[in-house]
Design a protein around this ligand. Structure first.
Ligand code: ATP
Length: 530
């Protein structure tokens, strides 16, 4: 390992690397660039540099709007900003609240931008707007950390999934001093009760038969897919932590889940599951009610709604780590530890049994099924083929590209949204259609506020947005259409919900929409899109 940490890393160094990264398509070249910069980064700088290279600030929300970045001060001639100091300024901005905070925030931003060179301003702008964020870079970054630290990439990746983020892992590996010490430091990132791990994710199949066929006749676990919010629950003695899919801490908002965890007959446990609001007769309530209870953005808690947790996996119990145990074994533990909260499942190798369960659960108001490999370990952070989801209706996570002013009842509101699928080639988004359907009054009010934050232009009718907000859309299918650049259009698109737990990099691609939208099965018909 090269230890050249005498000079602090400047924002200009990150900006130069970021520019060079964007200029090459070669993964090898990108990795070499990352290795070079990381090799010059001191341990206390690593968390900031790693985040900035991934295109993100360390602060989830700074309160700075896109519009405030419209007119920037003239750039500085010489670079002077040190990354750690830049991070401190954003931390200060994020901490501001109350009257006068937006003026103060703007002043901090102007001073920061005035001290930045043109190159650095470009980087800062990208970090604030999220424009530089690319999911793929995170994987490369982990590989680069491995190379810079002289350890296998697999060790770094595993540690990052268990740590729930890249930065502490990068700091530990790069700060260790030798490859042996780095390996030891990485091995220390086992599952720790109280520290969230990245959730295991599911692939998709168009129907139950296809999902089951993927397992080639072996026995599978068919779980009901509940339509609530993902919760990972850690309990250590009386201490309980509840986090969402994006690992946000919602413990304080869900006392009923905390109480349920405390009621289990264990000393320590880590559970993975879904929480939702139920009717008196046990049927799931509309998703919006669940969401309003846990929303990380709109903190107000809807009165009278109680969430019930259901668990489909267990990662640890009383000192025993279960990540590497086969699902079959983990489920036996789950049934022993939390029988009252276990998600309904059948274990079968018969596609018909799986299909019947799917039909029954969907009839009971559940979202579909997840077909799981009974022998697979828990693969934190992976969307592999060990879990395959099937839903009766087509839903996609798309990005809102623009929004039109409403009319009639919706005057004053931002209503008709333009939907985009991700284009992995260009890193941009391809418009697939528009919809103003499915929005509740509450959603309309929320989106009118939210889209003003994301506004980049307004021609008096259509407000163009920074592509940042993910929305889950249901459609009846897709059809070929010359109207939109992707060559397809959505049939009867309607909004199910806004997804604050997904970044645009996690939105569905044009290819996924084409494949899962069942293009061939759809007869050509009038475009039901609006
Ligand atoms: P979706 O929008 O379809 O819920 P997602 O992109 O959030 O999907 P995926 O990994 O694709 O996440 O799908 C699995 C999700 O389904 C989990 O994140 C979890 O919230 C939910 N879920 C509901 N029931 C189950 C179950 N029995 N097993 C696993 N996940 C379940």
């Amino acid at each position: 390992m090269h230890a050249r940490h005498d000079e602090p890393v400047l924002l200009a160094d990150v900006a130069a690397t970021s520019r060079a990264l964007a200029a090459t398509r070669s993964r090898l070249a990108k990795r070499a660039l990352l290795v070079d910069l990381l090799g010059r980064t001191a341990p206390d700088e690593v968390p900031v540099v790693a985040r900035y290279l991934a295109g993100e600030l360390r602060q989830r929300r700074t309160g700075l709007g896109w519009r405030s970045l419209g007119s920037l001060p003239a750039p500085a001639d010489e670079p002077s900003l040190e990354v750690v100091a830049v991070d401190a300024v954003f931390e200060q901005m994020a901490g501001l609240s109350g009257s006068g905070s937006s003026t103060r925030r703007l002043a901090l931003a102007r001073d920061l931008f005035a001290a930045a060179t043109a190159d650095e301003q470009h980087l800062l702008r990208g970090l604030v707007t999220g424009e530089l964020r690319q999911g793929a870079l995170d994987a490369l970054l982990l590989d680069a950390v491995a190379e810079a630290a002289g350890v296998p990439a697999a060790s770094v990746r595993r540690a990052a999934m268990l740590a729930g983020s890249t930065e502490p892992v990068a700091a530990a590996a790069l700060g260790a001093g030798s490859p042996e010490a780095a390996e030891a430091a990485l091995a220390g990132f086992g599952l720790t009760v109280g520290r969230p791990v990245r959730p295991m994710l599911a692939a998709s199949a168009p129907d139950v038969a296809a999902a089951v066929a993927g397992f080639e006749g072996r026995e599978v676990v068919v779980d009901a897919k509940l339509d609530g919010i993902r919760v990972q629950v850690h309990r250590d003695g009386d201490e309980v932590l509840v986090v969402t899919r994006s690992l946000d801490d919602i413990t304080a908002r869900v006392p009923e889940i905390v109480a349920a965890a405390r009621g289990l007959d264990v000393r320590s446990v880590v559970l993975d599951g879904e929480a939702l609001a139920l009717d008196a007769d046990g049927r799931p309530r509309p998703f919006q009610e669940t969401a309003s209870r846990s929303a990380t953005r709109d903190a107000e808690i809807a009165a009278g709604t109680t969430l019930t947790p259901f668990f489909f996996d267990v990662l640890h119990v009383d000192g025993r780590d279960l990540l590497d145990a086969p699902l079959r074994e983990r489920l036996a533990v789950l049934d022993a530890v939390a029988p009252a909260y276990a998600v309904e499942r059948v274990v079968t190798s018969d596609p018909e049994v799986a299909q019947e369960s799917f039909a029954r659960w969907v009839g009971e108001g559940q979202e579909g099924v997840i077909v799981k490999d009974a022998e697979a370990p828990y693969e934190a952070g992976r969307r592999g083929s060990a879990w395959v989801k099937v839903k009766p209706r087509h839903t996609f996570d798309l990005v809102v590209l623009a929004v039109e002013r409403g009319s009639g009842r919706r005057t004053e509101l931002l209503s008709n949204i333009h939907l985009g699928a991700r284009d992995p080639e260009s890193g941009g988004f391809v418009m697939l259609g528009k919809t103003f359907k499915g929005m509740t009054d509450e959603m309309l009010a929320w989106q009118t506020r939210r889209f003003r934050e994301l506004e980049v232009a307004d021609d008096g009718w259509t407000v163009t947005l920074h592509p940042e907000q993910v929305v889950e859309i249901a459609i009846d299918g897709i059809q070929r259409s010359p109207r939109y650049p992707g060559g397809i259009a959505l049939r009867f698109a309607r909004v199910l919900r806004y997804r604050d737990d997904k970044t645009p990099a996690e939105a569905d691609t044009l290819d996924t929409v084409r494949t899962l939208g069942g293009l061939r099965a759809q007869p050509a018909g009038p475009d039901a899109g609006t």
